[in-house]
Design a protein around this ligand. Structure first.
Ligand SMILES: Cc1cc2nc3c(=O)[nH]c(=O)nc-3n(C[C@H](O)[C@H](O)[C@H](O)COP(=O)(O)OP(=O)(O)OC[C@H]3O[C@@H](n4cnc5c(N)ncnc54)[C@H](O)[C@@H]3O)c2cc1C
Length: 523
């Protein structure tokens, strides 16, 4: 234990909570990693049984100045779910679905609810949570909200921030607050509230009002973004993908904050209808450049998703007999890569027409490709299985060179996607580094993963070089450095350069207002 007040903190905590406190080395090692390249030993782990337990943890931590790290499933890719702090693990007990309102299409949940579990529960109502991270079988709502996650269907639903209606939180001093939309005429009342909550309303409202031009100017033009604090959701004139409620709502600032502003104990979330039926057009290409250049043309046909299955992923899947068999059901010949293009619709005929239209549309634009339809649900399932296992297989590549996530979350407007990826690849190749790709072509977010050997210092030294080059390019295209995975340790060091001194200065003020002792997921 390496914090001067940890023992006193734990001694007091033991008498106040019903949940577990774990300080043994084994437990701490378990929580020392997430899905990123970082490993940091936490001070200890608390597994609260109730919101009252969480309240006691935060209140005592404030008194003893103990850093805290709220955490759900630890599947983050950028290192925001590891810290030298006391971890509060919400996944074991605070994982309840509290209320569903199908008429008004919302649900109230605790942070530990896993997204797939939530969607299974919502199925009978014909509803689902819109943003769909590929890690939905383990990612939980606390992390999804805090990373401002999204997934394959972001062109329909945007990011999570557009679906967070309210949050109940514990503030850094241990007081509680319920953040929700506030009408302009009510705002002065909220600003007069006592304690930290009132101070937050007053100071954040002033900060936004006095700096709306700085916020607008520093915000990436591209709608798919989750980096920095979500101040952009409080000003007009920035791009959104989904319906935007313009009322003042601090729940939005909590979204994307990566556990650094407050501890979420409950959230009210917007829901969307389940799609009736779906169909896929598997667009086969001879090169990655041709595929990415075709994305803006494909988008003109109004698909619900366009996902890339790149050459490395296809090659690795072909080597596993089980997946090779699945691939035979939807692939023709040996394409270099595929764009999985999905449509929503009511009837099979309507969907068949949409896929046919895709094929004709691409032909009219002289795009060199072949479109293979997948109309049957079982065939579509095969496609998505291969798409999902591709990443896992990539991570298991033999040898020490692994596809490392550190620039993977950049998103650029789709018209720049092919050029962005080509320039990154060229830069990496010049450093002697190969690159793997997958993910959300429709939204300009190709997860670019250079193959790096983290056991060699000269290879590790390439990380900041490649990251700085990528940030420069992305900024030039009006793109976002982080678009669903969050900033974490991996990208936050670039934020001042990326967002500019002024907006970065506002981010620092936001942190100071919410957490003056710098106790919540510090760093
Ligand atoms: C194979 C794979 C695929 C992935 N695909 C996607 C994808 O398609 N889209 C995507 O967006 N992400 C993806 N991710 C990244 C990650 O899974 C998501 O960002 C996910 O939303 C994180 O959820 P989690 O429960 O694991 O959160 P955690 O990693 O536990 O935490 C994430 C952040 O939330 C904070 N947090 C958690 N609970 C609370 C709380 N109660 N109060 C305050 N802060 C809290 C933590 O402090 C941390 O900063 C992927 C990851 C993997 C490994």
């Amino acid at each position: 234990m390496s914090h001067p007040h940890l023992q006193d903190f734990v001694a007091r905590l033991k008498s106040q909570i019903a949940g577990e406190i774990r300080l043994d080395r084994y437990s701490r090692i378990l929580y020392s990693t997430d899905a990123s390249i970082y490993q940091i030993m936490p001070l200890g782990v608390v597994i609260p049984r109730s919101v009252e337990d969480v309240h006691a943890v935060v209140e005592l931590a404030a008194a003893y100045r103990i850093p805290l790290l709220p955490r759900t499933s630890g599947s983050s890719l950028a290192g925001q779910a590891v810290n030298e702090a006391v971890v509060i693990d919400f996944s074991k007990h605070l994982n309840q679905i509290l209320e569903v309102n199908p008429e008004e299409r919302w649900v109230r949940v605790q942070p530990g609810v896993v997204l797939d579990v939530l969607n299974l529960h919502l199925r009978p109502y014909g509803l689902q949570f819109g943003p769909d991270p590929a890690s939905s079988n383990r990612a939980a709502m606390g992390g999804i909200i805090s990373n401002n996650s999204t997934g394959a269907h972001s062109i329909l639903y945007g990011n999570t921030v557009e679906h967070v209606l309210e949050t109940k939180v514990i503030l850094s001093d241990g007081s509680q607050a319920h953040f929700r939309p506030v009408d302009p005429e009510q705002l002065p009342q909220y600003c007069r509230r006592k304690g930290l909550e009132g101070e937050i309303y007053r100071r954040i409202h002033r900060l936004i009002t006095e700096n709306d031009e700085v916020i607008r100017r520093g915000t990436p033009r591209h709608w798919r973004r989750c980096g920095g604090y979500s101040l952009d959701r409080f000003v007009s004139g920035v791009s959104y993908r989904y319906h935007h409620d313009s009322r003042f709502n601090l729940a939005r600032l909590i979204c994307g904050a990566e556990g650094t502003l407050a501890v979420i104990t409950e959230a009210k979330l917007n829901l969307v209808p389940l799609p009736g039926r779906t169909a896929l057009g598997l667009v086969h290409f001879h090169s990655l450049h041709e595929a990415l250049s075709a994305v803006p043309i494909i988008l003109e046909t109004e698909p619900s998703a366009v996902e890339l299955l790149d050459n490395l992923g296809l090659t690795l899947c072909r080597e596993v007999p089980e997946y090779a068999r699945l691939m035979q059901t939807f692939m023709e010949g040996s394409p270099h890569c595929l764009l999985i293009t999905e449509y929503y619709g009511r009837e099979e005929q309507e969907l068949a027409r949409k896929v046919q239209h895709l094929s004709e549309h691409l032909r009219r634009h002289n795009v060199r490709c072949t479109v293979v339809p997948a109309l049957e649900p079982w065939r579509q399932q095969n496609v998505w299985t291969v798409r999902k296992v591709g990443l896992g297989l990539m991570m298991k590549i033999k040898g020490d060179y692994k596809p490392i996530p550190f620039i993977e979350d950049a998103a650029v407007p789709v018209e720049h996607l092919a050029e962005y990826v080509a320039r990154i690849e060229r830069f990496c190749n010049e450093l002697g580094t190969r690159v793997a790709y997958y993910a959300h072509a429709s939204a300009g977010c190709i997860h670019v993963r250079p193959l790096i050997n983290l056991k060699k210092q000269e290879e590790v030294d390439k990380l900041p070089q490649i990251a700085a080059f990528s940030a420069e390019l992305v900024g030039g295209y009006g793109g976002a450095l982080s678009s669903e995975h969050g900033d974490g340790r991996c990208r936050s060091w670039l934020n001042e350069r990326f967002f500019g001194k002024e907006l970065y200065g506002l981010f620092k003020q936001v942190k100071q207002i919410f957490d003056p002792q710098n106790l919540l997921n510090p760093g």
